[in-house]
Design a protein around this ligand. Structure first.
Ligand SMILES: [Zn+2]
Length: 206
């Protein structure tokens, strides 16, 4: 996805077009794109987009395909907590920064924990609303691993609330999606919440 105008996929603008669009936005902000300090800015912004929105080019289901069956009948909750993620809201294209907690109750097969974090990243690196991001992560894990249950909880600060509009710093939004036993069995859900309730070493997100 490193935008070279020659290898742009059909329908995707060339890097030159993307840079021109940034020059328009610089003028919209009141700047002179020809000013020396801004000379490389359009190129840098276009490159940043490759990173911020890399998730469009990646397939999250593919990441979960390699599983391990030999787990000695492990049948307890697997929880990966405090996965930092960076996304962008689809309404203002400004950052959503937060933490994800991802749990599942395996049915015979488990997956490498780094893969769970990768699934969070793939969906985060797209334009999002937090509710959909939460559901996509949970649904993908559920569809591919077919575990007894999946729980995904996201806590995030939205810069469209903190740096513009209502200017409410320190506010975080919490969303969750519970599937299978986490939705249907209150004991399993309680066990998860008590695991999450233990003190966390994570620092608050910026
Ligand atoms: Zn927004």
């Amino acid at each position: 996805m490193t935008g070279n105008s020659d290898d742009a996929p059909a329908g995707r603008p060339s890097q030159a077009e993307a840079e021109d669009a940034v020059r328009v936005l610089l003028r919209w902000a009141g700047e002179d794109p020809a000013r020396e300090g801004l000379h490389d800015t359009p190129r840098r912004v276009a490159r940043s987009y490759d990173e911020f929105y890399r998730g469009y080019a990646e397939d999250p289901a593919e990441m979960l395909k390699r599983t391990f069956a030999e787990v000695d009948d492990y049948d307890e909750i697997v929880l990966l907590r405090d996965i930092r993620f960076e996304s962008h809201c689809e309404h203002h294209m400004v950052p959503i920064i937060g933490r994800a907690h991802v749990a599942y109750l395996p049915r015979r097969r488990v997956v490498g924990i780094s893969k769970l974090a990768r699934v969070v990243d793939v969906y985060a690196r797209r334009l999002q609303i937090q509710e959909r991001l939460t559901a996509q992560i949970a649904n993908t894990i559920n569809d591919v691993l077919q575990p007894h249950g999946v729980a995904v909880i996201l806590e995030a600060g939205h810069q469209c609330m903190t740096t513009r509009g209502v200017h409410r710093p320190g506010v975080s939004m919490v969303t969750s999606r519970m599937l299978g036993v986490f939705r249907d069995n209150s004991d399993t859900r309680k066990e998860l919440l008590s695991m999450l309730g233990r003190p966390s070493a994570a620092t608050p997100f910026d």
